[in-house]
Design a protein around this ligand. Structure first.
Ligand code: SF4
Length: 121
């Protein structure tokens, strides 16, 4: 049985906020995050983003330790408005371990099926 992505429950541990890599932002992400931050889009961009390596998009800036600039007290400060790329963690990141929500999903799948037969998409 395949893991059911729709059964994934984020544990809000903030581990993905410390993951290496860049969070590329869509226009929708920026609009939503700026509203959550009570900033204009321009203000949000200036405060929290950098030009991505692909030089055609913005990405969230990092803190000095490499964690996401939005990580605050163990979780994204705008969790309910987090970017699409973050909402897709761990699946589109092809992460197979280190995410407690995924671990719980695997455990539930294993318990109900007697074992896993497939990985993340
Ligand atoms: S997606 Fe996974 S690693 Fe990120 S906060 Fe949720 S449970 Fe933690």
């Amino acid at each position: 049985m395949e893991w059911e992505k729709d059964q994934f429950v984020c544990q809000k541990c903030g581990e993905c906020c410390r993951w290496s890599g860049h969070v590329l932002l869509t226009d929708t992400d920026i609009s939503r995050l700026a509203a959550a931050a009570n900033l204009s889009e321009t203000e949000f961009i200036e405060k929290y983003t950098v030009l991505a390596a692909n030089r055609s998009q913005l990405s969230l800036a990092d803190q000095d330790d490499g964690s996401c600039i939005l990580l605050d007290d163990g979780l994204c400060r705008f969790y309910e408005s987090r970017p699409a790329q973050c909402r897709e963690f761990p699946f589109s990141w092809r992460v197979t371990e280190g995410c407690p929500g995924l671990d719980a999903l695997k455990m539930n799948s294993s318990a109900s099926d007697g074992g896993l037969t497939s990985g993340v998409v």
